[in-house]
Write a protein that binds this ligand. Structure first.
Ligand code: C5P
Length: 404
């Protein structure tokens, strides 16, 4: 069984008889958890109606001309950044040729040109058009640029001919799409992630917390599972669906998160601390609701244990990754944390209005040893995937060094 939970897919449809299969494909992608936005070319609308796709996707179908789309607040850039995957099925010979030559003369081709994430095409056309050297050259061209191709299958064609050019069945495409999100980079590794905020009780009804949504930590957990790791997620109070195949332990306070991490840490190879742990908790929690009897109310706070520091102080610490959410001096603060908390890696993000806490998108700068890597603005899911790849590379490097 395959899962596409939380995956955001732009399903591009171009003009070809295979477009009728796109309706089933859309249903399958959604059934397996994907959030799908449909973008159709004008030619695609001759083969299947936007209304059908709208009814099946539950969202507005984008069929605007480029000019209209640009007017509506840079739709092409927004969709390109929003997507974890751009899937064009069917991709016509004409569309493939236009993308191969960098054309951006309609919404879908512009999204393909503006995308920084993965793109997959499922070409479908007459067998002679598929076998034509021009099409094959264009396919080679886009393959070398990293666009994945789901090869057409051979068989009877709508035009009455027989040969390669049919779009594979929707089930097969959905399976390949799900597989495209997985890798073996962390096969066998045990990963522990903390996510979300913590809650520090003041009295039986009140608490101190922060604006962390937990989305980044949950995205890291999902990306690690997709990379083959066995994942335990220790989560503060959040409003998010549980990632498939993760062991989730729910906690409330920082001390509860600390003791739960410590109970699990000896069975951990990689520890990623993405939680926004409260630095302080109440010295004493009032047993009854505090009354507003005076104009001023003083709360005495004591420092919570720093989970990361406690983990790296262990005799055999796991490969440890911290996060630094900063409102200023991002680099200096992140580098200080990397050293003082003795981390293997730190992922730093500027928190503000549009990014970071409680936001859909994120951008990170990752620091380790004397190196750094910028992960430009993208969905938290796609940022998490790149971060997990980086963690896997450095973790595997460290293990290889240890072995020598
Ligand atoms: O020191 P600061 O809280 O800014 O560091 C952030 C990093 O430290 C995050 O990775 C966070 O999960 C972790 N942290 C922790 N225990 C705390 C406070 C923060 O593990 N008590």
């Amino acid at each position: 069984m395959y899962q596409l939970t939380t995956k955001r897919i732009v399903l591009g449809i171009t003009g070809g008889i295979g477009a009728y299969k796109s309706a089933v494909l859309l249903r399958l992608l959604r059934r397996h958890g994907a959030d799908v936005r449909v973008v159709m070319t004008q030619n695609a609308c001759q083969f299947i109606t936007p209304l059908t796709m709208q009814a099946l996707s539950g969202k507005t179908v984008h069929i605007e001309s480029l000019a209209q789309a640009t007017e509506s607040a840079m739709l092409h850039i927004d969709l390109a950044r929003w997507a974890d995957l751009i899937l064009v099925a069917p991709a016509s010979a004409n569309f493939i040729a236009r993308v191969a030559y960098g054309f951006a003369d309609d919404l879908l081709s512009t999204i393909c040109l503006a995308a920084t994430g993965p793109i997959i095409f499922a070409p479908a056309m007459n067998q002679q058009m598929w076998l034509n050297a021009a099409t094959q050259d264009n396919i080679e061209k886009i393959k070398t640029r990293g666009i994945g191709i789901i090869d057409p299958v051979a068989g009877d064609q709508a035009c009455g001919e027989n040969g390669p050019g049919r779009m594979p069945e929707a089930e097969d495409i959905a399976l390949l799409v799900a597989k495209s999100f997985t890798s073996n980079k962390l096969r066998g590794a045990r990963l522990l992630v903390t996510a979300g905020p913590t809650r520090e009780a003041i009295d039986p009804v009140r608490y101190i917390s922060n604006r962390s949504s937990g989305r980044m930590g949950y995205a890291v957990a999902t990306a690690a599972i997709e990379a083959g790791a066995k994942v335990t997620l220790i989560s503060g109070p959040v409003n998010l669906p549980t990632p498939d195949r993760a062991t989730v332990i729910n906690v409330l306070s920082a001390t509860e998160m600390y003791s739960t991490v410590m109970q699990n840490i000896t069975q951990t190879d990689i520890f990623v601390a993405a939680a926004a742990v409260a630095d302080f908790s109440l010295e004493t929690i009032a047993t009854q609701k505090i009354k507003k009897t005076s104009a001023l109310c003083t709360l005495n706070l004591k420092q919570n244990p720093d989970i990361l520091t406690e983990v790296t102080a262990l005799h055999k610490p796991p490969f440890t990754v911290g996060f630094a959410a900063e409102t200023e001096n991002l680099e200096a603060n992140a580098l200080t944390k990397l050293r003082t908390k003795k981390l293997d890696m730190i992922a730093a993000n500027q928190v503000g209005a549009a990014l970071g806490f409680d936001a859909e998108m994120n951008a990170l700068t990752v620091f380790w040893d004397n190196e750094r890597k910028q992960l430009p603005q993208a969905s938290k899911s796609s940022i998490a995937k790149t971060l997990i790849t980086l963690i896997a590379d450095k973790y595997n490097e460290k293990n290889t060094q240890k072995a020598h």
